[in-house]
Write a new protein. Structure first.
Length: 62
């Protein structure tokens, strides 16, 4: 009997999966990120951070 033939090449890589949906911005999600409220200045600073983030994302007029 003759020698066994060489193994065939591996198949091509499958297609890349679809990109996941972007997370939707919701006020509730923003509030959920607030740390335990320790003082009024902390709250003011966090609100300012959120407003800045909204402006940077183009979701709020300056």
């Amino acid at each position: 009997t003759g020698a066994t033939g060489a193994t065939g090449a591996d198949g091509a890589t499958g297609p890349t999966g679809a990109t996941g949906a972007d997370a939707e911005f919701t006020p509730a999600a923003a509030v959920a990120t607030l740390p335990v409220i320790a003082s009024v200045p902390t709250v003011i600073a966090k609100v300012n951070e959120i407003i800045t983030a909204l402006k940077n994302a183009g979701l709020m007029e300056t």
